[in-house]
Write a protein that binds this ligand. Structure first.
Ligand code: ZN
Length: 155
């Protein structure tokens, strides 16, 4: 029992230090987004500044479920492609983490994460066009309907 409490305090301290480090290194060309219980992202919209050469998205799965039970990933496509991409991802199956393989409609993505895991994806901003609407979503089965947000390149 004492050991368990000690390890939980250690975990919280480590998490706090990590968050501090994130805040210190954060700049306009990167963003943190949480995948939360209840099939939610912590952000509904992301604006990518036009002056960025590359943009990084750090996904943090703050839930407790394994990636097989309720995984989260961050997948970027255009808003016009998303419904077909979601369907094609289901066809691609679990081994492909429900994302179409070698598909140019996928502009950026992280791996599928389980609870407590973090992943970063960095992509060239030249991949984005001003005026285009992009949508990011989680490809885990039944998550995409609710777990999505929009992304635009700042004009
Ligand atoms: Zn998810």
């Amino acid at each position: 029992m004492i050991k368990r409490i000690a390890s939980s305090v250690f975990f919280m301290t480590t998490a706090a230090m990590t968050m501090h480090a994130q805040a210190a290194t954060n700049d306009a060309c990167s963003i943190d987004i949480e995948g939360r219980p209840g099939k939610q992202f912590s952000l509904q919209h992301i604006t990518v500044p036009a002056q960025c050469t590359e943009f990084s998205v750090r996904l943090i799965h703050v839930g407790k479920n394994s990636k097989e039970e309720a995984g989260h990933n961050w997948v970027l496509t255009t808003t016009k492609d998303i419904e077909q991409v979601v369907m094609d991802g289901m066809q691609a199956g679990a081994l492909a983490e429900f994302v179409p393989v070698n598909d140019s409609r996928i502009l950026a993505r992280t791996a599928m994460l389980g609870g407590g895991e973090t992943a970063v994806v960095t992509f060239p901003v030249s991949r984005l066009k001003a005026g285009e609407s992009y949508t990011y979503y989680c490809s885990f089965p039944s998550h995409a309907a609710k777990m999505r947000g929009t992304l635009t390149l700042a004009q």
